[in-house]
Design a protein around this ligand. Structure first.
Ligand SMILES: [Zn+2]
Length: 221
């Protein structure tokens, strides 16, 4: 992971690698989906609009201000989701990375407008409860960003299913947001498959709390 002193070049390299991770994890097709990373107090880097994943390089990432306006000297247009990302960065100072995908299983839940219920220990670990559904919103203004921020307010989940659209995830940095996007698709798939064979068994809220607390605070090296 880039450290603050490494500067923007390291962050560009990291962001290009994280986009490859979306492809490798099977979360995106064609040019859909994007990752952004906060760059200092008043800017973020984001994928360019309409560039195929195999052509993305560190230099093609677009530096924007927190209104979504590209910095002087940027050659490419930012992703058309830039205003949603910008809204999240303006309203959530704790967020350092945002990811958007139309990953298949999670987006199938979004199409039905149904939250993914917390019925797996892996969901309790990462999401601390259900993965909620946000409102239907058209691309291009603040509507999607507002829907993300308002829906995630009051949820421990770093992922939201925007109705009829797809997944947005947040994280302390871009890598954490990518991890949430990978885990979101994984649990959406498992719970979907479970549903085909019957009704998933609910989990006790106190157990979800304990699992979440342990995973967030004690798990790992
Ligand atoms: Zn989308």
């Amino acid at each position: 992971m880039p450290e603050p002193g490494d500067g923007i070049a390291a962050l560009r390299t990291e962001l290009a690698a994280l986009h490859r991770m979306l492809v490798d994890s099977g979360l995106v097709v064609w040019t859909a989906g994007n990752v952004s990373a906060r760059a200092g107090d008043d800017a973020f880097l984001i994928k360019p609009s309409g560039v195929p994943y195999e052509h993305l390089t560190p230099d093609s990432m677009v530096l924007c201000d927190l209104e979504g306006k590209p910095a002087d000297g940027e050659q490419l247009k930012p992703s058309s989701d830039v205003f949603a990302h910008a809204y999240v960065y303006r309203h959530r100072p704790d967020v350092g990375g945002v990811v958007h995908t139309h990953s298949t299983y999670a987006t199938a839940w979004a199409a039905r407008g149904e939250p993914v219920p917390c019925v797996l220990t892996a969901m309790a670990d990462e999401f601390g409860g259900e993965i909620p559904v946000g409102p239907f919103a058209l691309i291009g203004g603040d509507e999607i960003g507002r829907g993300i921020v308002e829906t995630l307010d009051g949820h421990r989940s770093p992922a939201v299913l925007m109705r009829n659209h797809g997944v947005f995830t947040i994280g302390a940095d871009a890598r954490a947001a990518v991890k949430a996007a990978v885990m979101c698709e994984d649990v959406a798939r498992t719970v979907h498959l479970s549903r085909q064979l019957g009704e998933p068994q609910p989990m006790d809220a106190a157990d979800i709390d304990r699992l979440y607390d342990r995973y967030q605070n004690a798990y790992g090296q």
